[in-house]
Design a protein around this ligand. Sequence first.
Ligand SMILES: [Zn+2]
Length: 631
Amino acid sequence: MRGSIAVGLLFLTVAGCRRPEPAPKPRDVLLITIDTARADHFSYAGGSPVETPRVDALAEQGAGFTNAITPVPLTLPAHASLMTGRLPPSHTVRDNGSYRLPASETTLAEALAGAGFVTGAFIGAEVLDSTYGLDQGFATYDDDIVDSGPSGFLYYPERRGEDVVKVASRWLQAQGDGPVFAWVHLFDPHTPYRPPEPEHSRFGSTYEGEIAYTDRVIGTLIDRWSERRGLDRTLVVVTADHGEALGQHGEKTHGVLVHDATIRVPLVIRAPGLHVAGTIAAPVSLIDVMPTVLALVGVARPSGVQGRDLSPLLRGAALPWSRTSGYAESLYASFHHGCVPLHALREGGFKIVRGVADEVFDLSADPRELRDLARAEPARSSGLAAALGDLIADVAHGEAERVTPDDEARRALAALGYVGTPSPRPASAGPPRDPREALVSLSRMADADRRVLAGDLTGAVAGYRAVLNAEPWSVDARVRLAQILISQKRAQEAVPLLAAAVAIVPGEAFLHRKLGETLLATGNDKAALAAYDAGLKIHPESRDLRNGRWSCLNKLGRQSVMLAEAERAIAADPSDGAARYARAMACCGQGRVEVYLAALEREIAELPGDKVLESAIAAARAEAAPAAKPR
Ligand SMILES: [Zn+2]
């Protein structure tokens, strides 16, 4: 408190008496991202079907933007843009699940950590796991998602907003007087819509219910923050990675199209001493947030930032237009459904969307983008087309880094509709495909996924088969079908589906692993070993693949090879429980259970508490117990 008054006085002296007192520099930064929040579902912006009193209050005390967009309606790429102030072609993260933000990018957290902030991130869903590189600059990156969804191969590993807020609040409690930066990611409005009470009684299982719930959770977070740090020295930013189409343009959720339904997002900036009456209608982008935060806390922006500092708008001044802030893209249907990529530019109240053809919309007269003016207004169309072409050519294109998420992560992403396996459509499949065509398959896929969760496996199989009929190159439909067959103990029938998937995308280690597992389950150990080895060629560090290989070697009676490999693995990493288990199995797993159990006990003595060894010991004890019982 005392510090802030002194700083204020100092400014006053320097600035002289005629100017209004400059806004005090915030000490702390709280960034809240709501996953899947439509701009028109926040009442500060007007016309919302649901009330959001806590976000509205922040907008009222600070500034609420009504015309903010994300450059890409996909969680990971959008957050990458938010955190770097750069467009997807430049930071190179173009999709969920298979890209990592390169270490060469400078994030908001890195810039703030460099200026002495203690940084903490609290993540609501797997899609932003640290694997994907957004942990850069965070001293604490809490992405410990506990599976709270139904079990089975499709599940929804997300944390409820209140649980994310709990861990963030606990972290906040432990912080001292120095500046802190906290990022809180609230995933609830993402499908499936299942708000808790009391929102469930009020809204049912709806998107509106999740928005109302998220607003309540934001209120809890703000209350905790006020109690512990006070709000008078905190810069609060609330925004979203993308919207939700809710059926507009035939899209149920988000990610494929780039209409305003999914690219317009809420944006509220509450900075101490900066109050804007009414709302701000100037068009802005998520890439503007990072430079704005840095400007408000007085930290230099890194080079390469493409967004603008919005603080003049917060002081009631105008801000020149920047074309980069009007750009949006989605390559999702291109990666996953063999469609053309989509690029869009909003400029001068109009918007061009470039897919199979160019479409032009008048955003003020036709905000739902229903009337394509491309033919009616050829001059405007060609102007926007040239502007979009120039922008795409001008924006720096970096070199992408790919990641291979492990099986659990991939399962999680698939369950969320972030299907992790791009499927190249063969050129022979016909003329360029409109991303709107992908919506049909996506909707069928989502419907089949819902049937799996509801236990209607017959209906689900029919759904996945329908997807395969429309998109014979679909790896995801094949993998889902195979999973169902495996769960029904029909692994033999799953083998050809997975073998076909491997043939379509031979570079996906995950598919080789799935094939290996399935072959192993059918007793085809030699073929299984070949599948694991093919996967290991692509992803040599994968422990999942290595463990599968050892299972094969064990079944094939090649324990000496297995033992040598396990020894090498333990030498490289003594905390490798799976390798210790393999060593015990290779040396003693074929003989008497007491000898095997003793070998496992020796391993766990060197690695106490290891989960793999604990469960192996429990199994061996159960096997030994009947024999030990006196008859
Ligand atoms: Zn998202």
